[in-house]
Every structure is written in C-alpha cells, then in structure tokens.
Design a binder for this molecule. Sequence first.
Ligand SMILES: Cc1ncc(COP(=O)(O)O)c(C=O)c1O
Length: 452
Amino acid sequence: MDQAELQSSGTMTALPEMEQLWMPFTANRQFKTAPRLLVGAQGMYYRSHDGREILDGTAGLWCVNAGHGRPEITQAIARQAQEMDYAPPFQMGHPLQFEAANLLAAIAPADLKKVFFTNSGSESVDSALKIALAYHRARGEGTRTLFIGRERGYHGVGFGGISVGGMVANRKVFRGSLLGNVDHLPHTYAPEHQSFSRGQPEWGAHLADDLERLVALHDASNIAAVIVEPVAGSTGVLVPPKGYLERLRTICDKYGILLIFDEVITGFGRMGTTFAAQYFNVTPDIITTAKAVNNAAVPMGAVFVRNGVYDTVVNGAPEGSVEFFHGYTYSGHPLAMAAAVATQQIYRRDRLLTRVQDDGIGAYWQEALHGLRDARHVKDLRNIGLIGGIELEPRPGAAGKRAFEAFVACYERGVLVRYTGDTIALSPPLIIERGQIDQIMSTLRDALRAVA
Ligand SMILES: Cc1ncc(COP(=O)(O)O)c(C=O)c1O
C-alpha cells in the first residue's frame, strides 16, 4: 500500500501540526521534515503513524520491561484515577504509597529498605545527592560535600546530574553553572583491551584505583559520595570490568564515602537480577531508579536507601520537625503508585526479573548479538544481561551520522533501535522471544548493509 491507500484504509494517522513543540534530545528541524510518530503499542510492538508494526528493540527508552499495554497496569491506573486522582505528599499520605514502598523494599538488596519517591531518573539522582549531603551533615561530617562521578556517565539532566555526569554534549553549554564541587573518575572503556567482550571485560579493574588518587587530592573528609552507573548505557553500553565495582566499594568503605549506583536503566530485571547490585554482588549505599519501576506507564522514580542512612538523617533531627527538606508535588502520585504496584505484581507473577538468566534469553541474546561481528561497519560489540551495544566505524568527518542513518534504516524495516554517538544500543522488553531477537539482528545486518 502506498501512503494515500494507507490513509484511506484507516491505518494511517494524519500528521499533526508540528511547529510549536520543542522536542527533547531531538534534531527538531530534521525530525519535522521526516517525522517518525508512534501511535499505538502492544506487547513487543509499536504501531507507527503510517500503519506499520515496529518491533521494540529498546523497551521504549529502557523502561517498558514488561512489554506494552499490560491490561493489569492500565486498569489499575484507570481505577485509581476514578477513586482518587491526587493526594498531597507533604504531611499527608495515601495507602498505595506505602504499599508500593513495601513491595519495592521487599525486592531491594541487603538493607536498602527505605524508599523515596520521585518522578524521573533525573530527580532520583538529585535526591540521592541531597540524601548523601544530609547524611554526612547529620553525622557531624558536614565538610563532606564533594561528589565524584565518572567520565561518560549519564545521570539525567538536572544540574546535579549533569555535574556528576560525564557527557560532553550535555555539559558544555552549561559549564559555567555546574555544581562546583565535583570530580570524575576515568571511564572504563578501552577498546584496545576489551573489544568484542562477552559480558564483563577482563581488563580494567585497576581503573577503580583512580579513586585513591582523588581521595589523596581532595582528602576523604571532603568527599560525600561516588556515583556511577553499574553499566553505563547512554554513552554506548560500557560494561564494568571484572572486579572494578568491587574495588570501588572497598575504597569507599575505607574512607567513609557513600557509593551510589544509578540503576535507572539496570534496575528491574535488565540483568536477569532485580538490580545490577545483585548481579555484580556489590551493595551500594543508595540506588537510584525510575523507568521500569512501574513499566513507565506514569512518570515515576524511586531512590533506595540503606536503613542506616535513613536512620542517621531522620533520627538526627528534632522530634516533630521535618527531617529532610526535599520532595516533589508528585512524589508518590496515586496513578504512578497504582502502576508500580501492578507492575511489581506482574514482575513477580511472571518471574520477569530473573527471566534473562533463567530462560537462557541472555545467553541467546549474547550469541545473536556477537553474530553481527562480520556485519558491515561493525567495530565492536558489547553485551550484558539484555543489553547490547554495537559500535560502528564512524564516517570520516561526520561522527554519529552513520549510526543515525542505521537507526532510521532499522525503523523503516520495522525495528526500533537507539543510537548514541556511533553506537547502536539495544535493550528490548524482558518478554522478548528468540525469534524476535533474530529479527532485531537480521534487520540490523540488513540496515548496516544499506547504510553508506
Ligand atoms: C543512568 C541514568 N540515570 C538517569 C537518567 C535520567 O532519567 P530521566 O530521563 O527519567 O530523568 C537516565 C535516563 O536514561 C539514565 O540512563
């Protein structure tokens, strides 16, 4: 069918007027000349405005882990909207908030049993940084105000997040207004030692020792927290070398520094464990999450905090006073909570949080991804859990262009992938079947052949 036939057959959605919307992280002018609109979603598939099925290779944006259009979730949201649309979260509560926190605490690692609600990953990160400051102050070490992030880290777009983050494009325009008290560890990607790694690279644990150098430079008495993504996603799937996270933990313990894992993309089953902390067997002091916490059905984030950190902040304040001056109008929003409870029930009932390991999907994924080794333009392949990174040879003088064209070519062929720089990043819903994995890889092979 051509476009006219599609429109008259009712499967084509008319394009809206597009000039007024300023789209986020998008080449606005380019997009508006050749729009890609999604108008429906079910299970593993989106439906595009031109009436095509698009296999979702990215779980939306690393967030729809249970697949799209789960009736239990949409019905829970609808019921809650009718029952009570909104309740103020300051000095007031509603039962679902506590139910959601209890469900989440039950699956949290070790003693990270206190849960603070936000509306996004960026807010979770800013909340975590503030919790770290409040904690040190409450224990009489208020000089600990320095944060250590990592090059090539992504922690959202708040001023806290871009300050500890290490993505040049996200920082350079705002350089003069970043948090002043921040330093960075080196990133862990070294293709000369790690190319075509399956799972964790063997090389690179020693890169964590740079934290010793930063402690020597700034002095432990000034350092509040280290924040890293256990697996960095937004700069192209950087998998931590074996032993690296363990070493960060040891050094943080040695100097009383809090360790924050930003699990906004690795939380809720992406690794075949509930959190990456459990996969790597390293327990941080704070975990930031969002996205898959409620299958992305309503904006929501959650920060998990060790009991001892909560106790220090809360018990350190006078009885009857607000202990932590922080929160959002929509913290614990009833619709987000309804979605979270329904989502967590699905994860548990369908054993989705461990499916990547239990069903051998992760192993199948790894083999299928590495089958692209001889595909055109491929320079490196990386994977862990249900995450894949395909690094392309950049086109000379046009960084990122080839990956963008590959992304468009995949979309035209019915598969949604994501690109960052010259890396294609894959992170499908956890319900994916083997045949769909094959379809993603064969579409990529084909698209890469078509791209100059
Ligand atoms: C590791 C990490 N932290 C924070 C964020 C920011 O989340 P949000 O876009 O919900 O603010 C993201 C988003 O992808 C992320 O990957």
